[in-house]
Design a protein around this ligand. Structure first.
Ligand code: TZP
Ligand code: MG
Length: 204
């Protein structure tokens, strides 16, 4: 099945009811891909949380771990998401094997062409708009970058950075298959309804 729809990413600093509750709401709203993203915790805690999320997602959604291949392997996640400064794609693939899903963040067309040629399963295109959720996100590209990458690359594209319900349509029309919106969804009073609104933009 081709990846399509809202891409949920956990956030410990923004959550109101906890990342397990947020993730459950996203799943109930029909989200089919969940990423566990957490930087500031010890390995044991990361693993315990990853195992809980993995069982929550089991049979319902693809479960992806940000950055940490060890946590992904130990919790039998479905895959990892890596940035340009993380484990390089080729080494990540060697470690995880052919079956796992590997997503790669790209900031320009050159990085996108390279990651796709190397075999990435999907690309995260980042940041589309200005965001304060990730400090080192870099300069926003605007939807034009998505359009350019879309014209050259066929694997699923996940758009991220500063996306909200007012700009999500232009992101979809620029060619995104997946949309991530962290603060807009996690800071809302009702994560379920927020994710539903995005899913509806996809006709899901
Ligand atoms: N990677 C690139 S931008 C970003 C991440 C994790 C943060 C996106 O957060 P928001 O709140 O949707 O702008
Ligand atoms: Mg990373």
């Amino acid at each position: 099945v081709k990846l399509h729809g809202f891409y949920f990413i956990t956030d410990h600093s923004l959550t109101r009811n906890g990342i397990m509750d947020d993730s459950e709401k996203a799943l109930e709203a029909g989200c089919r891909i969940i990423q566990y993203r957490r930087k500031e915790a010890g390995t044991k805690e990361l693993l315990e949380e990853s195992l809980r999320l993995k069982s929550l997602c089991s049979g319902r959604a693809l479960f992806i771990v940000n950055d940490r291949l060890d946590i992904a392997l130990a919790s039998d996640a479905d895959g990892v998401h890596i940035g340009q400064d993380d484990m390089p794609y080729t080494e990540a693939r060697k470690i995880l094997g052919p079956e796992k899903t590997i997503g790669v963040t790209v900031h320009n067309t050159t990085e996108a062409v390279k990651a796709a040629a190397a075999g990435a399963d999907y690309l995260g295109v980042s940041p589309i708009y200005a965001t304060s959720t990730k400090e080192d996100a870099g300069a926003p590209s605007g939807p034009g970058l998505l359009r350019d990458i879309r014209s050259r690359i066929e694997i699923p594209l996940a758009a991220i950075g500063g996306i909200n319900l007012s700009n999500a349509r232009e992101v979809l029309s620029a060619g995104a298959d997946l949309v991530c919106a962290i603060s807009d969804v996690i800071c809302s009073d009702d994560v379920f309804s927020a994710v539903r609104e995005y899913q509806e933009l996809f006709g899901l």
